[in-house]
Write a protein of this length. Sequence first.
Length: 146
Amino acid sequence: MNAAVRIMDWSKYTIDGWLEQFGAWCETARLKGGELPDGLHVNQIYWLIREADKTPRNSKCYIRCEISDFEAEQVQALLRSIFKSDSVDYQAKYAVMCLVKHKVENRSLSAVAEITNQSKGQVNIVVGCARYFLHAHDKRLKISWV
């Protein structure tokens, strides 16, 4: 019996791109979910309208989900392996958490600074360190040099 092996193409996006796409996937999964018995929920209606509208978005806050469930699960597994690991230092976990708040949750650096009780400059440095940590943790991930 031949089993299909799926291989993750990490070169498709940078670290920031993967996290932004994972955030968009999480939002998509949340919008698709409904709790009403008939399965028709306001979030589902919104999702259907949003998907049917193919006009390009100029808004920086909206990121169209372009990754598959498999790719999202791989990003989730990567983040889970960091946060659940006993060998990863607390400061590295904290830095990755700030990066996740910035890219996955789509919060500004100022918003992350307010949440974490830091200055915007400190958050910017911590987020940069998190990118380098993720690259060192998994060499397949690329860093954006912008």
